[in-house]
Design a protein around this ligand. Structure first.
Ligand code: KIV
Length: 297
């Protein structure tokens, strides 16, 4: 079966994602972040397997300088929009910073809210420290995607957005984290900003798929932030992001051309204007307040 044929088939489920690594039909998993309805529709129709409502929306959509200010309400707002635009892809929503750090009960409550609003699985940042939480969520029938390596919610503890696992000890810690997340019941693990060799070793060890971002080509799938994929309003391109389009240039061009046309009188044209129906001038004056033919189409 060609990759195109598989991309066009039915709804993607959690068991489908698992079977991409261990089933009879093996294929790399594709994931892109999505935060709104039109983007979700386009990405879904293009055959993306997983739409990730990432808390990266705090940075690329809301303009914060980290993901830390993002709230559960923000995630719900964007999850609803993405879910409305999705037919085939699996919708996974990030649990934002603070939503799973206070108590296990509150964490489960927050995850349940995300599921009720359209998430089909949640993503949780962190490794060994999240074993209990992941097990509780799985027990509550909520599929969990793990996320280890560079975890942006730990930016203050890590001292910045830095590659993780570069030395022997650090690499072993990332491996322990990935194994812990799998053992706790996660159905997939995001590996962010780790050396290719470390990601390849983890991918070989785990039964569940690894999904890389800045983790080299040997992972079982790849995820990219939508705004990096299409160069949309981003000021800095990470080394691992490959742009497949340039929306910033296209939006700037369109907006500048529109302003020019409005100022010069070229927009709108007569063809872009409404016209009265042809009637005698005295009839127009008499009936102008009540004639239903004067309603806008
Ligand atoms: O929030 C996000 O977009 C993510 C991806 C970078 C994996 O967590």
């Amino acid at each position: 079966m060609s990759s195109q044929a598989h991309a066009g088939s039915g709804k993607v489920t959690v068991p489908d994602i698992l079977s991409r690594k261990s089933g009879s039909f093996r294929q790399k998993i594709t994931s892109i972040t999505a935060y709104d309805y039109p983007t979700a529709r386009l990405l879904d129709a293009a055959g993306v397997d997983i739409l990730l409502v990432g808390d990266s929306l705090g940075m690329v959509v809301l303009g914060y300088d980290s993901t830390l200010p993002v709230t559960v309400e923000d995630m719900i707002h964007h999850t609803r929009a993405v879910r409305r635009g999705t037919r085939r892809a699996l919708v996974v929503t990030d649990m934002p910073y603070g939503s799973f750090h206070v108590s296990l009960d509150e964490s489960v409550r927050n995850a349940v809210r995300l599921v009720k609003e359209g998430a089909e699985a949640v993503k949780v940042e962190g490794g060994e420290r999240r074993i209990e939480l992941i097990a509780r969520l799985v027990e509550a029938e909520i599929p969990v995607m793990g996320h280890v390596g560079l975890t942006p919610q730990s930016v203050n503890a890590l001292g910045g957005f830095r590659v993780q696992g570069k030395t022997g000890d650090a690499a072993r810690q990332v491996e322990r984290d990935a194994r812990a997340v799998e053992a706790a019941g996660a159905f997939a693990v995001v590996l962010e900003a780790v050396p290719r060799e470390v990601a390849a070793a983890i991918t070989e060890q785990l039964r569940v798929p690894t999904i890389g971002i800045g983790a080299g080509p040997d992972c079982d799938g790849q995820v990219m932030v939508f705004h990096d994929l299409v160069e949309y309003g981003t000021e800095h391109r990470p080394k691992f992001a490959r742009p497949y389009g340039n929306l910033s240039a296209e939006i700037s061009r369109a907006a500048a051309e529109y302003c020019e046309d409005v100022r010069s009188g070229r927009f709108p044209s007569d063809a872009e204007s409404y016209h009265q129906v042809a009637r005698a001038p005295d009839e127009i004056a008499l009936n102008s307040g009540s004639d239903p033919r004067r309603r806008l189409p």
